[in-house]
Design a protein around this ligand. Structure first.
Ligand code: GLY
Length: 438
């Protein structure tokens, strides 16, 4: 079977690894990702140029396309593929609104009475923002309605001093049409621990993956600026040390109801649904959805998948998705990123990766925003390499990932604390406090 993976990062590298032994693999990517380049026939080009990507797919007689990032989904790449009768693991432009239009997402929760939502309002003028925030006693989160590459969301207490600053920022979002809408969404701030559930969907059936927890802050102790995600872990029972079966199941139930609401409202959702939840004292609350795998969380789940990826993809596109199974192991992913990241100070420096040594330790590496050039691999301004350790316990995975990081040299840093007992205990205690169990 001929399969095309669209996208250029570590997420797409791990997707390609999961398919490479079973399919004729093609890829379409912006940078030359060395990991993807050596296992696929590839074309370098802008993945947002969706007609060109679809023409390439047609030329190569692609049977299934897997779309890695959200931006091409938001531009309608799946609809473009449909013109050539190429089926996709990824929602069409209407179903992808679950990520690309936060107002649509929250309204869907309201209309279909899906549990786990948050108080929210959508605004398009200053007066309504003032009226709402003058009367609102709790901290809020301000979000552009459309896609902003993860950079537009600001939280009172993290990025904003108080609800007054929230007002100023909300007005800026409207004025600058941030994310492409002259609108802004203001939500209540949920307090708890964030976790991720990713799931495959064929439009009717949802099959969830093990839960994972990402670490968006740049520095150890969950401090510093927000990044695309510095690393993540998953546990051998599919839950997390602070997440019990009941709360996980409640998250999956929310996602199932969402899939069914999307079908009723727009069209079947075929692809990956990524639920970012906050575990609060009242159970899981949906923070946002992505219409794709999580990055880094996909590096926790796909390497543990027992069901062959190509069977899962066929199930998604044929509407015959069965339960996807995973091995009972833990995983830890640590991202090596350029010094200065998320600022862009030291982009374009050479790095050296001793893959043989890393493999001998049992580590896995997934190349992200790097570029293969004549004399080696160069960083860009974003995350460079995801390093994954898999073991019986989280601590085993952490040790493998940490040992592997030593064999990657360059102007890079990573968070040593991800997957370590001390940080995980903090999260467990946080939830125990919130639930009144301490
Ligand atoms: N882990 C954050 C994301 O995938 O958007």
């Amino acid at each position: 079977m001929r399969v095309l993976v669209v996208g250029t990062g570590a997420r797409e590298h791990v997707i390609c690894e999961s398919l490479k032994d079973d399919v004729e693999l093609y890829s379409y990517m912006g940078n030359v990702n060395p990991g993807i380049a050596r296992i696929s026939e590839y074309k370098q080009g802008n993945e947002l140029d969706i007609q060109k990507v679809a023409e390439y797919a047609k030329e190569k007689n692609i049977e299934i396309a897997i779309i890695g990032p959200e931006a091409p989904l938001g531009k309608g790449i799946v609809d473009e593929f449909e013109k050539y009768e190429i089926r996709s693991v990824g929602p069409n432009i209407n179903a992808a609104r679950i990520e690309t239009d936060k107002s649509f997402m929250r309204s869907l929760f309201e209309e279909y009475k899906i549990p786990g939502s948050l108080t929210f309002e959508v605004f398009d003028n200053y007066e309504d923002i003032d009226n709402f925030l003058d009367d609102y006693d709790n901290d809020v989160v301000v979000k552009p309605v459309g896609l902003t590459g993860g950079k537009g969301v600001k939280i009172v207490g993290d990025h904003l001093e108080d609800n007054n600053e929230a007002k100023i920022y909300a007005k800026e979002v409207i004025d600058t049409k941030m994310g492409g809408f002259s609108q802004v969404i203001i939500e209540e701030k949920a307090i708890g621990e964030e976790f991720t559930i990713q799931a495959f969907s064929d439009g009717e059936n949802l099959s969830p993956m093990p839960a994972a927890q990402d670490h968006p802050h740049a520095f150890e102790g969950d401090s510093g600026p927000i990044t695309g995600g510095m690393g993540s872990y998953s546990d051998n029972d599919g839950l997390l040390p602070f997440l019990n079966q009941r709360d996980y199941d409640a998250g999956v139930e929310i996602m199932k109801k969402t899939i069914s609401a999307i079908k009723d409202k727009t069209s079947q959702y075929k692809g990956i649904l990524y639920g970012q939840f906050m575990l609060t004292k009242d159970g899981p609350k949906l923070i946002e959805y992505n219409a794709r795998f999580g990055d880094p969380e996909v590096m926790n789940t796909l390497p543990l998948m027992e069901t062959p990826m190509i069977d899962v993809c066929n199930g998604v596109v044929d509407g015959k998705l069965k339960k996807v199974s995973f091995i009972d192991k833990s995983s830890v992913c640590k991202y090596l990123v350029p010094e200065g990241y998320p600022e862009t100070k030291y982009a374009n420096t050479l790095i050296n990766v001793d893959e043989e040594k890393i493999n001998s330790l049992g580590g896995h590496i997934y190349y992200a925003a790097v570029n293969q050039k004549g004399d080696g691999i160069y960083t860009s301004s974003s995350r460079a390499i995801g390093v994954v350790g898999i073991g019986e316990k989280i601590s085993d995975g952490e040790e493998i990932a940490e040992a592997s990081c030593k064999y990657i040299q360059g102007n890079l840093y990573h968070r040593k604390d991800i997957g370590k007992r001390e940080l995980i205990d903090k999260k467990v205690n946080h939830i125990r406090n919130i639930k009144g169990l301490n």
